[in-house]
Design a protein around this ligand. Sequence first.
Ligand SMILES: [Zn+2]
Ligand SMILES: [Zn+2]
Length: 401
Amino acid sequence: MDGTGKFVIPGLWDMHYHFESDPGSREFNLLVANGVLGVRNMGGAAKEVFRAREQIASGLVLGPQIVACGPIVDGPNPTNPPISVSVHDPQDARRTVQSLKAMGADCVKVHDGVPLDAYLAIADEVKKVRLPLVGHVPVRVPTMRATKSGQRSIEHQIGFRGASTVEAEVMESEKTNDVFAEAMRTKNFRLIPESIAKKGNYILDHFSDQRAHELYRAFARNGTLLVPTLVTDRALTFVDEISRQDDPRLKYIPAAQREWWNPERGMLTRYRTPAYIAFRMRQFEKTLQQIPVAHRAGVRFLAGTDTSLPFVYPGFSVHAGLTPLEALQTATINPAKFLGLEQSMGTVQPGRLASLVLLDADPLKDIHNTTKIFAVIIRGKLLSRSDLDGMLKVAETAARK
Ligand SMILES: [Zn+2]
Ligand SMILES: [Zn+2]
């Protein structure tokens, strides 16, 4: 095709995504129409997502390439019980890794509650079955220990606890202070944001540039990539303002989900306290300030949205980031290398898969130009602007059902 005056970039990846329980054309269309031709699913409905992964790979269904973690591995009291498996000890942990491998998971995602000994067993077992260990840094695992154990990606943060001088103390106090259980017992759910703010402020009060530098150097050396999921962080930090805006993208979101996005209804927002809101703003600002510092220390980043948290839109929200070239790399070459797929994607050159996005304007002048999509080529199939608009229309109709 004649691409005169257009700009071509590799298909984009969203490296932190959660498909809804039975993913279908609404989500697939929103992703592809935004040039997001690859998605790493960070846990959730496993069977349905694995099935979608096969259907898309075989060409039966049009959608982004999927890399999927399967159920989330958490501790004895998981944060998201329906989509998690609990591990209590090292034997448990090893069995769980084996079963994830057997069910077809592409990665093992750990969450906050995994005990240290179980975590170390997971980190060892994943090497035997050749799956990457990714996810949160559990509250009982020191950040430096996580990167040294080979955790390949750290989500939602850039390592403030590990960069503080009080990490050991904070981890110690976690043992005796079970705010979650206390909140459940007393039905006073404000205890949770209150304690997050208190702990988070304490960590930020003791932020050490020296320790941060050592940690960033360790991430770079050990190949631990950071996925700060900034759009979600931003949306949750400024949810009061954002929820009042009349966003044209809301028409792609089903009413039931929009209901949950309402700050007065959502579990993550309704119990916020003034101290918590102020803490989130402080932490967000510090994150934006530290990202270039980490980048200069050699840390590599992956673009990830954490869709479908409030006001994070499938496909649309991947367009946010660092300097234009660096931001583009977090969604193209960095994911390709991370996934070991750099021989087939992540760059524009002969011999690679034809998964490309054609833009009307230069993304290196302004990263927002990645939203000015003229056409998408997905595994060799050309989708013109009118094809893409048709797909968005289908998504809009599906959201109304
Ligand atoms: Zn997460
Ligand atoms: Zn997530």
